[in-house]
Design a protein around this ligand. Structure first.
Ligand SMILES: Nc1ncnc2c1ncn2[C@@H]1O[C@H](COP(=O)(O)OP(=O)(O)OP(=O)(O)O)[C@@H](O)[C@H]1O
Ligand SMILES: [Mg+2]
Length: 324
């Protein structure tokens, strides 16, 4: 069963998409089966993975309204165990189309329920707003990762975000939405303000703050223009290494420990009925080939960590046998 994670902050430009694209890539490198759903009409995650939005192709819009099945919408990426469901501008219209249909807040969840058992991680790249789309994303997700730019107004935005989560929980979703953590992005080691903000958030944010801080990194901002994650653009950059570390932190949460949340917010967001704990997949389960049927057979991959990583890094240096 997948951990379904919405990467969300209502503030724009805080690195939601950069986090989705690169965190997913490093989780795939660690052998996880990953799906990234681009749920933003801007479609930046789609273009960042080499699938720029096309109006005449299927997108998550079609999935949302039951017009296409997940398999028909799933695109391959650089790793056979990393898939994308792209967005398109149609999704902007969904905001209006959703208003009058029954269970309008639950459409994305109903779509994801069809594929939940195919992946270890399903990421939802959320748009920068509070709308029916974002509510669909929050209702669909089990967890939320919150990118926080090292910026003066960040703390204010975080309080609003926690209120939004609580409102969704109380009024729409009876299930809990766990805060997996806030991650500091665009962190500048040499800037005192970055350190002050990170310190303030660590002291007052009532949930986990990831130890990994994502530094400002030109490699991270350049990679999308090549349509690929940073691991294939500049795997030795500080930005790449930070996302690799963040992936490991997220994997380390795959124990009951992740659900110990330390504040009064806990009762507001934790599940009413049951604790949902996603167990570690068996090692033998990790590398099942889940590529779309139209893809050619992949060469067998040994189900241990080191060969996957060696292979992926070899790809980063120009050998293309690991690509679709
Ligand atoms: N660590 C970083 N270092 C340098 N540039 C970064 C970093 N993270 C993100 N960026 C750049 O900042 C811009 C905003 O990032 P991104 O698109 O990921 O944010 P977002 O939160 O998804 O934005 P939106 O709210 O519009 O969806 C992009 O140009 C991206 O390349
Ligand atoms: Mg974005």
């Amino acid at each position: 069963m997948a951990r379904v994670i919405a990467v969300y902050n209502q503030k724009g430009g805080v690195a939601k998409t950069t986090t989705c694209v690169n965190l997913s890539a490093y989780l795939a490198l660690e052998g996880k089966k990953v799906l990234l759903i681009d749920f933003d009409p801007q479609a930046n995650a789609s273009s960042g993975l080499g699938h720029p939005a096309k109006l005449n192709e299927g997108s998550i819009y079609h999935g949302l309204f039951g017009l296409a099945e997940p398999d028909a919408l799933t695109k391959p990426t650089i790793f056979y165990n990393y898939h994308l469901i792209p967005s398109s501008q149609h999704l902007a219209g969904a905001l209006i189309e959703l208003v009058n249909i029954p269970e309008r807040e639950h459409k994305l969840r109903q779509f994801i329920d069809k594929i939940r058992d195919k992946y270890d991680y399903i990421f939802i790249d959320m748009p920068p707003s509070l709308s029916l789309l974002t509510i669909n994303g929050l209702v669909a997700a089990d967890e939320i990762v919150i990118p926080v730019q090292s910026h003066y107004f960040s703390m204010e935005g975080l309080s609003q975000l926690l209120e939004i989560i609580e409102l969704v929980h109380k009024n729409i979703s009876t299930r809990g939405l766990k805060v997996s953590g806030a991650v500091m992005t665009m962190f500048d080691e040499n800037e005192p303000l970055s350190h002050k903000i990170a310190g303030d958030i660590a002291a007052s944010f009532p949930h986990n703050v990831f130890k990994t801080r994502i530094p400002r990194s030109s490699a991270l901002s350049e990679a999308p223009s090549y349509g690929r994650p940073v691991i294939l653009h500049d795997p030795n950059s500080t930005g790449a290494r930070a996302y690799e570390q963040l992936a490991k932190e997220l994997i380390a949460q795959e124990t009951p420990k992740q659900f110990q949340m330390p504040s009064q917010m806990v009762s507001a967001v934790e599940p009413k009925q049951e604790q949902i704990v996603t167990p570690l997949p068996n090692e033998s389960d990790i590398l099942i080939d889940i590529k779309p049927q139209s893809q050619p057979e992949q060469p067998p991959v040994v189900a241990t960590e080191a060969p996957i990583r060696d292979e992926a890094l070899r790809q980063a240096q120009g050998d293309s046998t690991f690509y679709f």
